[in-house]
Design a protein around this ligand. Sequence first.
Ligand code: HEM
Length: 491
Amino acid sequence: MDKGPFLAPVFIFLLTLLTCAITLLSCLNHSNKRRKQQEKKPKLPPGSMGWPSIGETLQLYSQHPNVFLSSRHKRYGEIFKTHILGCPCVMLASPEAARFVLVTQAHLFKPTYPRSKENLIGPSALFFHGGEYHKRLRKLVQASLCPEVLRRLVVDIEALTLSALTSWADHGRVINTYHEMIKLSFEVGILAIFGHLEPHYKEELHKNYTIVERGYNSFPTNLPGTRYRKALKARKRLSEILNNITRERKEKKLLERDLLSCLLNYKDDKGDVLTEDQIADNIIGVLFAAQDTTASAMTWIIKYLHDSPKLLEDVQAEQKAIYQSNGSGRSHLTWYQTRKMPVTYKVILESLRLASIISFTFREAVADVEYKGYLIPKGWKVMPLFRNIHQNPELFSNPQKFDPTRFEGTLRPNTFMPFGSGVHACPGNELAKLEMLILVHHLASHFRYELVGCESGIEYSPFPVPLHGLPARFCRDLDKHFQPPFSSHIS
Ligand code: HEM
């Protein structure tokens, strides 16, 4: 019997079934693949982007930025997203992540500052740039702050420090420690930039620079009467003053190693020199980076030493020995001696850790970047959080305790970054530490002080500073008649 007519439909049915099964399987396979691919695709870090447009800006302003950041660090972990001041941001609170952004993959993240701030400092200042221009300028700044140059500044920094301490002690009145430290670090900044500068130029620079600084921290509206507008005008005057100083220096043809000379003597491969604007912007930039940061650190050292009487005794013993070996001030402190102050040096490092003067820095992703399975989208701001790293109990035991002995051992790599890290790390860190060492040397060896008022706390200027600028009274060690009206820890 011919079964052909019966088999044909069965065959067609089986074929159809097979085709359907294959299609279904391939669909399933495809969607599985897609799901797997999606699973693999990096996702945004955890965190909240807040309200449309304003993001979490209100929360940021309703509490202190450090509280804002540490509460989110606790909630979401070491990498989290947020949206503040009109920008989507990724915050990074681990040493590895900070190293990724600042060192190993630094080419994927560029420095970023609001235009309003760039205009006040000067758009050619090195810290707004990357690439070749940044490299060239950074070399010049580093050359002006290298150990060989700093060694020759010790005598002058010592003279400025002694003059400041003496004036505080002579007046016997309560001073705002932070304000006085700002004056001192301004003088040292001027010294590093210009060498010896005529007093009338110094005064003019100081007057206008102070107005610029006030405007830097104000709301940037360019309307008559606003701080920002006044700051822009003062910035223009600063350029004029700097151009005059520069022209005079060119005429004198001095062979100095200060920053101005390094900038003036620079020529690139084609023989091109820096423009007046490039020189002015970088001078203002360095002054800006140097002044309040160092002043804040020195103020914290005074506070922490006051609060740790035993430690102060150890520092006094170390410094008095050096002072006496120099004939009680008859000969100068030497560079070599500043390298041999182990107790004081650890106090400085611990002050930098606990105060974390620069709490965080900003970069911007120049491409989509993947970090530990998370996406950092192109154009987003990226913020390594130095303070959160410095105060992480897993990295620094009992992190709120002032304990310089923690610097006796070896620290875990990339956990201590008071001066940043990588290509933009602070080129002024050795100068800043030298200023602190010289201050502590004279303060501890032949001055005394007491803090006035017992209120403890922090205010932000925008750097962290002890409350009310740490009101204090200073006197010479020999002033036996010094009768502190408040209980003093220092005898
Ligand atoms: C305690 C005092 C100081 C602290 C805590 C400090 C901290 C820092 C930090 C964290 C950075 C890196 C910022 C970033 O990566 O975005 C930096 C950069 C910088 N600092 Fe300092 N600094 C101090 C003093 C100084 C001094 C005394 C000078 C100069 C005389 C100076 C000049 C600079 C400059 C020019 C940069 C930019 C470097 C670049 O972009 O390549 N700083 N500082």
